[in-house]
Design a protein around this ligand. Sequence first.
Ligand code: ATP
Ligand code: MG
Length: 405
Amino acid sequence: MAPVEARPLSEVGSTDSAAVPTGLAEADRALGGGLVPGSVTLLGGEPGIGKSTLILQLAAERVRSGGRVLLVSAEESAAQVRLRAGRLGAVHDDLWLVDGGSVDSVLDWLDDVRPDLLVVDSVQTVHVADEGGAPGSIGQVRAAAQRLVAEAKARSLATVLVGHLTKDGSLAGPKVLEHVVDTVVELTGERHHALRVLRVAKHRFGPTDEIGLFEMAADGLRSVGDPSRLFLADRAAGVAGSVVLPTLEGHRPLLVEVQALVVKATTPHPRRSPQGLDGRRLALLLAVLDRRVGIDLGALDVYATVVGGAAATEPAADLPLALAVVSGVTGRPLDGATVALGEVGLGGEMRQVVGTERRLREAARLGFCRAVVPAGTDDLGHGIELVRVATLAEAAASLGLLPSA
Ligand SMILES: Nc1ncnc2c1ncn2[C@@H]1O[C@H](COP(=O)(O)OP(=O)(O)OP(=O)(O)O)[C@@H](O)[C@H]1O
Ligand SMILES: [Mg+2]
């Protein structure tokens, strides 16, 4: 082995870490441009969320732009992959498939096919012959990943490994898997909704605060370029208990609808049912509404949700959530052109949140003309009227949600 030498950092070339676009706009957005040659990306996600679909689309796009891909499907038979590829329009001569097998056979195939993208579905099902334990065991998964990482670096080969997530959301197999790869992305979504979010948890070649948004359709995952429009498409006007929040996913502003339904409790312990929202924030806001706004929810069930399978667990969701509950209790709707954002303190006071400017610009773009915001918010001239409020009670009153005393 050649001796290791130190050299000035300025003499180290940086050209070989340029990302190659994947051809899927939203994947490129999440990954900060695409896949870097020689880098290894771990794609995690719950069963059935669409991992195999995504990698097959990535493979097909790479082939379409003149590349070669080796797809190792240790999880499904070649016939199954062929069936899916037919549905996704991904059948191509330069897309090579190996079903099943060991890491050693993958390495042999790399020499034969000489791909510029290697995809392994999944890293938990390829086995390493000279390593003990059953496929999927910690030792096996670690050894398989380490071999593939070494190979990716040696060949400057972009590699994507699919990994399963356990029920609690952590990657099955050792945590060490996340350390050996360069990038960890996760495909998430509500199983019964079409929306899929690609999130970057770790990235050695770019930022981790971007997301990619897709919609699952019969012909695969489609990039959602204008998610705000999608989330608001079916909003009914004039219904009580609905408030629009300009939320932030990473750097990206998204408009989502927060809804609350408040009904008489059927048990001595009223239900608090948050979906896509933080349950502890909901409990806290109900307490603030009781003490600071004088709305007693002690005998009422509260169902609260973010429509469309989206999530809003950030502090800015406090105000729209609390207002949706107030509107749900009093039966008075907000007007359809208003958005709300802001953190609510225990004293019922409003606090500013990050990224207000980006949020308001997105709201204005979609035709909203009024925003209820914390008192200190600067007016940066987005063509949107700001209703500045110091407290939650003031917000509810200014929107006409409270019955006149
Ligand atoms: N004909 C179809 N039309 C529309 N959607 C489909 C169709 N067939 C499958 N799907 C979608 O694809 C999903 C399965 O995707 P995929 O096999 O890529 O998931 P996965 O994450 O690889 O799952 P696993 O963990 O089992 O490997 C289904 O849950 C469904 O949403
Ligand atoms: Mg799969």
